[in-house]
Design a protein around this ligand. Structure first.
Ligand code: SF4
Ligand code: SF4
Length: 76
């Protein structure tokens, strides 16, 4: 069976830019963006979202429900 693959998705306008997820990610996939979202925060962006290992660290550190979603990539 092939190894599972994951993708991290950030809801741009839900992020508060607190940076907890950046510190939590063991793969350093997340970075502070340079654009303000509708709440006035510098939202986080996923640099290489497809390299996510699905560990969930970012998700559990995030205080904003709905800001981070981790998706399992299913091969067709
Ligand atoms: S699930 Fe893990 S590897 Fe993926 S972005 Fe979050 S902290 Fe990084
Ligand atoms: S932990 Fe959540 S609110 Fe904080 S920067 Fe990351 S995605 Fe945004």
């Amino acid at each position: 069976m092939a190894a599972k693959k994951f993708r991290v998705q950030i809801a741009f306008d839900e992020c508060k830019g607190c940076g907890r997820c950046l510190k939590a990610c063991p793969k350093k996939l997340l970075a502070q963006g340079s654009a303000l979202n509708k709440q006035g925060y510098l939202a986080v962006e996923a640099a290489e979202p497809g390299n996510c290992i699905g560990c969930g660290s970012c998700f559990y550190q995030c205080p904003e429900p709905g800001a981070i979603t981790i998706l399992e990539i299913t091969e067709q």
